[in-house]
Design a protein around this ligand. Sequence first.
Ligand code: ZN
Length: 348
Amino acid sequence: MNLIFDGHNDCVQRLQEYLPGGIDFLVRSCSGHLDLPRAVDGGLKGGLFAMMAHPEQPPIDDLTVTETGYEVRLAVPLDAVYARRTIRQQLAALKQLEARADGKVRIAKSTDEIAVATDVGSFAIVLHLEGADSIDADLLELEAMHDSGLRSLGLVWSRPNIFGHGVPFAFPRSPDTGPGLTDAGKDLVRACNQLSIMIDVSHLNEQGFWDVARLSSAPLVATHACVHAICPSTRNLTDRQLDAIRESDGIVGVNFSVCDVRPDADLNEDTPLDMLIRHFQYLVDRIGIDRVAIGSDFDGATIPAVIKDASGLPNLIAALRASGFDDEAVRRITFDNWMRVFRLTWAQ
Ligand SMILES: [Zn+2]
């Protein structure tokens, strides 16, 4: 069975250690997309686990259906104290899971630790922060999170914070939706480079992307995004952005979210795998076979029913093979390419 490493999931939001009444990761569940038994069934050996603070009050009426698609009003900034408390709870939840998993789940902080986990049959969690809303401009919290094992960070989710401006969800629309990084955001990029924390450009608007491209000494990484030329949503990457990712020797983890996969952006789980494979093919042609990977968005998006959950990943692999990717290409896409970029980024 293929080894698979995934660039993005939101599973922490559902863990019983974080959410009262949430799922036990070690036990098979019939809801959501990811738990250990289903990961084992699908060949999933680990992934970037996103910690992300949702607003205290869910927004109302933020979606507008337009003649050609949709627009979501940009989320309001989070209170930093609330965000920090929430992220610390999520970090604690993942550590508690690791502590009670009896070696079956390990938080990995290096490619060596991922390799060890994979060798002994443990599931590897890499800690990712989706939106730096919990971090103050003095960046002390960044250092504390790094000490706690954080190895990957997106400066923004789709909302503004002191570092930059997230891209509002909209279709069809360019990701060029506002100003770039603030001075604090530029400092955060430099600090991440210094600490060897991987920077994720997913959810950044285009100006912010170019600021990261200009400032960062690490490969450009989009942990979960698709191709704007196929599905012109604001969350997807334009050809110019893809070319910059190629030039930096970076990577794109292909997002399974049907709104970003389908050319019509319809929120329809009855989405054929061909539509998803088209993104893989386009990316391989444009940025090269070493720079394309998986960024499922498990537990964070509506994904094609034919994949259904982590146990359905072999269906994706079969579709990749059927469309002409050989064993070597599939191995790179499903595992090796993430390790390549981690090695380049974390070794700095
Ligand atoms: Zn996301």
